[in-house]
Ligand binder design. Structure first.
Ligand code: GLV
Ligand code: MN
Ligand code: MN
Length: 414
């Protein structure tokens, strides 16, 4: 019997790399803090480049610091198959969200590079810039500008909470990688495949090894600013205060009520909340907070998101409120052709699997707009993610990489 490509996947090598990459930005609780374009990301990217070079991949990056590791195909002028995910993390993130997809892709590229003949198309491992969006909001910046869904000029001025711009952070990362060839921002792509941890419990509950992702739920994000007036905590009577925190609390309460749904299908989160100047004896002059709203039905996310500005205005009391919508991504479905290819690969390999939707967002969203795109999920312990305790098993990690390698190789030969 001939050996399959996926039989060559080295689960131990994949696991070792996962643990090594997790050292960049490692936290005391076993997680990772590797914010987009941070000083922790620079050596992590260099590590990916070194691993790729060790078996002949050619590194390059673009103006958005998307990082590519290319396994040249027999017909290198054809649009390549891209495989990968992201290596930035949440501030208290885990070792696997994103990193798994990049390292599974690297493992797949490595076994394909060891074949006697290269596939027809090039295969490129990619680490997209700033998927998480926690340092610079909104996320999925690298894939959004690569696919032309956002303009590079528009993201350059976005600041982190210390006032550092995306432009400056990009310069620091790309400056450290001056030796890498620079690619144009956005080039034709034949297909994109992303492996990722599920970040939910469906696979675990059913005891299955892999998920073939049907689509991604819709998401809208907003930035809300409540503007009052700073004043003395000891001398300003209640009647004279314009307390931004008091107003913000009322606004948050009104939003929670407006977004409440009996069926518990709406995902509504205020995850960032800043009080200014944040001093015990100053009546707060300003509050800035984020809204992350998600639903898998277009009509619902449209209706709820459209209510946000009016709900904020109605509850603002004596303060002023501004609401800025940062992102509106509709629910999407991946093409049936890619889903069936991935399911077929899992079936051939004897790996138990199911189709399931992704409530979390991924760079695959933006690639979906420009090329056939699909995703493979692997189980993630108790669905815990965006948490330092995130955990997966080496066997599941290997299984996901096997499906990825089979499908990427097939697609690179088309
Ligand atoms: C991605 O990390 C998301 O928030 O969905
Ligand atoms: Mn992710
Ligand atoms: Mn994430």
């Amino acid at each position: 019997m001939t050996m399959r490509i996926s039989d060559r996947i080295d689960g131990e090598r994949l696991w070792r790399r996962l643990m090594e990459l997790a050292r960049f930005g490692a936290t005391d609780k076993g997680g990772v803090r590797r914010l987009a374009l941070s000083q922790e990301e620079i050596p992590a990217r260099a590590c990916l480049v070194a691993w790729g070079r060790s078996f002949g991949l050619e590194p390059s990056s673009d103006a958005a610091a998307n990082l590519f590791l290319t396994l040249g195909g027999r017909e290198p002028h054809l649009p390549p198959v891209l495989i990968g995910s992201h290596i930035d993390s949440q501030p208290t993130g885990g070792k696997f969200d994103g990193a798994y997809g990049v390292l599974a892709a690297l493992e797949a590229a490595q076994v394909i590079s060891e074949l006697p003949e290269r596939p027809r198309r090039s295969i490129e491992v990619v680490a997209w810039m700033n998927e998480e969006g926690s340092r610079f909001a909104p996320g999925m910046m690298g894939s959004a500008v690569f696919t032309g869904k956002r303009r590079l000029e528009d993201i350059l001025t976005i600041k982190d909470r210390d006032g550092c711009t995306v432009k400056d952070a990009l310069e620091s990362v790309l400056g450290a990688e001056r030796a890498l060839p620079r690619r144009p921002l956005g080039f034709p792509v034949a297909a994109f495949l992303e492996a990722h941890i599920e970040q939910g419990v469906l696979l675990q509950e059913r005891g299955l090894t892999a998920g073939i992702v049907t689509g991604i739920q819709g998401k809208r994000t907003f930035r809300v600013e409540v503007i009052g007036e700073e004043s003395h905590a000891g001398t300003t009577p209640r009647s004279a205060r314009r307390d931004a925190l008091t107003s913000a609390v009322a606004v948050v309460d009104a939003l929670q009520k407006a977004m409440w749904d009996e069926a518990d299908t709406v995902r509504f989160t205020i995850g960032m909340f800043n009080v200014l100047p944040n001093a015990p004896s100053v009546v707060p002059g300003k509050v800035v907070f984020s809204i992350d709203l998600r639903h898998n039905e277009q009509a619902m996310i449209q209706r709820l998101g459209d209510q946000v500005p009016a709900v904020c205005q109605a509850a603002r009391g004596r303060c002023a409120v501004t609401v800025t919508e940062l992102l509106y991504d509709a629910p999407l479905q991946f093409p049936a052709s890619i889903r069936s290819r991935l399911s077929e690969a899992a079936r051939r390999l004897g790996l138990s699997h199911m189709e399931l939707p992704s409530p979390a967002g991924h760079d695959s969203r933006y690639l979906h707009y420009v090329c056939p795109t699909g995703m493979i999920f692997i189980p993630c312990k108790d669905g815990i993610s965006h948490n330092e305790a995130e955990s997966i098993s080496p066997a599941d990690a290997m299984a996901g990489a096997r499906i990825l390698a089979e499908a990427a190789y097939e697609m690179a030969n088309q």
